[in-house]
Structure formats: structure tokens, C-alpha cells
Design a protein around this ligand. Structure first.
Ligand code: MN
Length: 244
């Protein structure tokens, strides 16, 4: 019998130490199909006014990235506990890119063709832990990559987006407008982000990219209802429950 050397060749539950989790998936608008998530990349400071509110000078330096674990993804409409270990849980509403083609060392034109669709998402952030790490020159893991820290609404296929790269992006908390911007204010545009990231990774279908947030980030509290919206793309909703 041939020895199994690759986990991808395993196909029986009895081959596993414990039952493996089902794939993490995102619904597709007006479809029964689901989009299986592979990796989650995030762009930092991609709107000038948000860069300034975080104490940075916006410029055209190369974009920088952090990542979130796919198991930390939650779907729109969920209620999640106020995250542990923080006194300052923040909302960041963002355009999410969903890739549908492999892409490596792409030009912006090639990169655009690899985009399968878009969604409205939330990059939830333990701001106190992120700032502490940032100021110490340490990784942002505790501030950015925690359970339920990536929220995403239904995907809209790119072919149905009438004005790619444009449209109002807003976040309301309990009906009050907190964040308001426009996709056209992104420092790095969608094709540029995908092209740049494709110089560092062999990007694949299933890879999501959170593209940064406009100004107006702020704290949430138990009981809050967050509603993100991107004109022409979609919505995302998150309810903040009590701390555990
Ligand atoms: Mn963000």
C-alpha cells in the first residue's frame, strides 16, 4: 500500500486524529453556491484620512499587510461576544476582494482579471493591543487576528459591480453614522493591491483581501449593532454580545 505523504490525499474521517472542521465559506448573493475561503490578507492604512487619525503620514510607500486566520471569519448577521483581552474593541468597515483565479507576479491588468467578487466586511480590531504592539515594533497578531475578528457579508460577483473602485462606504453603530468614505479614496486601488500582493504570494481562488478602512474608526460596546454598507457591493451586520 502506498504511503500517504500529503494531507490533501486523505479522504476518510478515520484518517484523522479528530474530525476535521468543515471549510470556512461565504455566501454568494442570489445564489445557493458558497465561496470556500483559503487565506485572509488585510491591507493597513489604505485611506489617507484614516492613516492620519492613526498618527501616520499617508504616502505612496508600498502597501503593507497583515493576515487573519480563516477560522476567525464570521458571517454577516452573527452575534459575537465582546472580544477578550481588550478594553478598546474597534470597528473598521472595508471592501473585501475575493479571488477566483491563481495569480503570481501579475500586472494590475492581470490582477483585475483574477478578482471573482467583492463583499462588505469588518476588520474588528483590539485597538489597545494593536497600538501597544505597533509602538513596540511587535507583530499585530493579538490586535488583529482573534476569534470573530473578520466579518464578511455576501459576495457579489465582479461582473455585477457596475462601478468598480467607486461608491460610498459607511458604517453605522446603532443607526448612528460612524465611518463614511468612498472607495475612490483608497491610496492603493484593487488591481494595484492584488498585483503587489501577488509579488509575495502565489495567490489562489479562495484568498480574501481586506482593503483598508476609511476614517472614523471607533469603539464598540456590548449590545451594539454594527451595519456596514458599500454602495453597489453589499452590506454587513454584526451584533456585539456581552463579554464572556
Ligand atoms: Mn483594517
Amino acid at each position: 500500500m502506498k504511503e500517504k505523504v500529503c494531507v490533501h490525499m486523505t479522504n476518510s474521517v478515520s484518517d484523522f486524529v479528530f474530525p476535521p472542521a468543515l471549510p470556512v465559506t461565504v455566501p454568494v448573493r442570489d445564489s445557493a453556491l458558497r465561496y470556500a475561503v483559503r487565506r485572509i490578507f488585510c491591507v493597513g492604512r489604505n485611506y489617507a484620512a484614516h492613516a492620519r487619525e492613526m498618527g501616520s503620514d499617508p504616502d505612496r510607500e508600498a502597501p503593507f499587510y497583515f493576515a487573519k486566520t480563516p477560522a476567525h471569519l464570521v458571517q454577516s448577521g452573527a452575534t459575537v461576544a465582546y472580544a477578550p483581552g481588550t478594553q478598546n474593541l474597534h470597528h473598521e468597515v472595508e471592501l473585501v476582494i475575493a479571488l477566483g483565479q491563481p495569480v503570481f507576479r501579475a500586472t494590475p491588468e492581470q490582477a483585475q482579471g483574477s478578482v471573482w467578487g467583492y463583499a462588505c466586511g469588518l476588520d474588528m480590531t483590539r485597538r489597545d493591543l494593536q497600538i501597544t504592539a505597533r509602538d513596540a515594533g511587535r507583530p499585530w497578531t493579538l490586535g488583529k487576528d482573534f476569534e470573530h475578528a473578520a466579518v464578511v457579508g455576501a459576495l457579489l460577483p465582479a461582473s455585477r459591480v457596475a462601478r468598480p473602485g467607486q461608491g460610498a462606504i459607511t458604517l453605522r453603530v446603532n443607526g448612528q453614522l460612524r465611518q463614511q468614505g468612498d472607495l475612490s479614496s483608497m491610496i492603493w486601488r484593487v488591481p494595484e493591491i492584488v498585483a503587489n500582493l501577488s509579488g509575495h504570494y502565489h495567490l489562489q481562488p479562495g484568498d480574501l483581501i481586506y482593503t483598508g478602512t476609511p476614517e472614523g474608526v471607533g469603539p464598540v460596546r456590548p449590545g451594539d449593532r454594527l451595519e456596514g454598507s458599500i454602495e453597489g457591493v453589499g452590506e454587513v451586520v454584526l451584533h456585539i454580545g456581552a463579554a464572556e
